[in-house]
Design a binder for this molecule. Structure first.
Ligand code: DLL
Length: 432
């Protein structure tokens, strides 16, 4: 079953032609109207007329997360304010977040991509879809929500947390599909077990759309064998729009709709485009984006492109499961956290010294972050009450800026390790 057979099954050469036309018109428009893109293209000596086929995309300059941060909040927007109909906000590498604006058309192709994805995963009007991604500034909840409604599924906007209630609703409403992070699904399965609910017998849950954080084939097997649920990997980033692309029922890579996004994989060191099958850093160009265009954006996720035809009949290229990142971004319970953000937050607190260590573990199914922080000699005290107050202040500041709960342990001056070479402040002990 296809949502948009014309686009999803278009012969490869025809798709390349369409992509070329979309790219050419995007680049021409941006060169004429957007200061950032014009300056970037000029610095590389490339003009819109140099783009003569889709492969010429490699002549265009790259964009980085730093560019989005430097141009916060709206300097990179490419339409007048009165055409923006929504904002989403994600974390940046320091205290500054990344703001993405959407026009009506931006929401349109986002929902279209999700409608294709849900249909590919076999989700439609007969399904009740429980959305347990966060609703709000994060793109997960609202994105998946509108995609689910588009294919006619009954959507339950459950959000995150309150897990026993989630299981009760799942039973009461005959939920057949769930969308959440893989770690939250594992947690929900544990909660169900504790409640005496057998997911196979006592619920109708059969499909799970899992993403927003890395997970593995081993985790897939564990979930599927324990619960009988068929799992689908969903990928996307807030810069692109949000969650967008999934596997089909063949489960052999994430389908990328060619009319919406052009993908390249590059060697992060040489910046050369790699052939299909070779692992490297994903670079995306959003061909229909209006408010917040992205051309050759280096997402930093590591994957490879699969071009072998998929038995499902879709002709689009696929990307393999994301295996890691080429930068230091951590994903904690689905939320992106850069160590530099933690450092930035700590530096605002006068009592905190220069040394800290970040420990990430997985307890049960959920990620846990413990931050050991050295206190300045003049601020360190034997007064327990004073120290507890300081710990509370640091935890509150981190909660405010990172949007996640972090456990802080205060350390005496000189207690934490010093590094002779590159500091290794992050110890990630999670096994996925
Ligand atoms: O996580 C969007 C999303 C929401 C995707 C719900 C899927 C489901 P950001 O917060 O901008 O957007 O984080 C994007 O999360 O660069 C990857 O490193 C990671 N990521 C997202 N999906 C996957 C996945 C959303 N399926 C960053 N596998 C990306 C591995 C993933 N990593």
């Amino acid at each position: 079953m296809f949502w948009n057979p014309k686009m999803e099954c278009m012969p490869v050469e025809e798709m390349k032609k369409l992509q070329y036309e979309e790219l050419k018109s995007l680049v021409t428009k941006l060169y004429e109207s957007n200061q950032f893109y014009r300056a970037r293209m000029d610095s590389k000596g490339v003009k819109p007329e140099d783009i003569k086929c889709i492969e010429d995309i490699s002549k265009l300059p790259f964009m980085f997360k730093q560019d989005l941060r430097d141009n916060y909040p709206t300097k990179m927007f490419s339409v007048p304010n009165n055409q923006i109909v929504r904002y989403h906000v994600s974390s940046g590498t320091t205290g500054k977040p990344t703001l993405v604006g959407y026009t009506q058309n931006d929401l349109g192709y986002w929902t279209e991509a999700l409608a294709r994805s849900f249909t590919a995963a076999g989700i439609g009007p007969d399904d009740t879809l429980q959305v347990c991604y966060g609703y709000g500034l994060f793109t997960g909840g609202l994105g998946v929500h509108y995609g689910g409604e588009k294919v006619g599924a009954t959507v339950l906007p459950a959000g995150t947390g309150n897990s026993e209630r989630q299981i009760e609703l799942m039973q009461d409403l005959g939920v057949t599909a769930i969308a959440c992070t893989p770690s939250y699904l594992i947690h929900l399965l544990d909660v169900a077990k504790k409640m005496g609910v057998d997911i196979r017998k006592d619920t109708k849950l059969r499909k799970a759309i899992l993403g927003a954080e890395p997970w593995s084939e081993t985790m897939r097997k564990k979930i599927e064998s324990e619960s009988g649920i068929e799992t689908f990997d969903i990928y996307g980033t807030s810069e692109q729009a949000g969650p967008m692309f999934t596997e089909c029922e063949c489960h052999n890579g994430i389908h990328i709709p060619g009319d919406i996004m052009y993908v390249e994989v590059i060697d992060p060191e040489t910046e050369e485009v790699l052939p299909p099958g070779e692992k490297g850093e994903l670079v995306v160009t959003m061909l229909q984006k209006e408010a917040f265009p992205l051309i050759r954006y280096r997402i930093k996720d590591i994957t490879h492109i699969i071009t072998e035809p998929c038995p499902c009949g879709r002709t689009s290229p696929r990307i393999a499961r994301i295996t890691g990142r080429s930068d230091d971004m951590l994903i904690i319970r689905g939320i992106n956290v850069f160590p530099s953000q933690i450092e930035y937050t700590l530096l605002q607190i006068p009592e905190v010294g220069n040394q800290y260590m970040i420990y990430v573990t997985r307890e049960g199914a959920l990620d846990n972050m413990v931050l050991q922080v050295e206190i300045k000699p003049e601020a360190f005290s034997d007064n327990m009450e004073k120290m507890l107050k300081l710990r509370h202040n640091i935890e509150s500041a981190l909660k405010k800026y990172l949007n996640i709960a972090v456990t802080v342990e205060l350390k005496e001056p000189g207690e934490l390790p010093r590094f002779e070479g590159k500091a290794k402040r992050v110890i990630d002990k999670r096994v996925i």
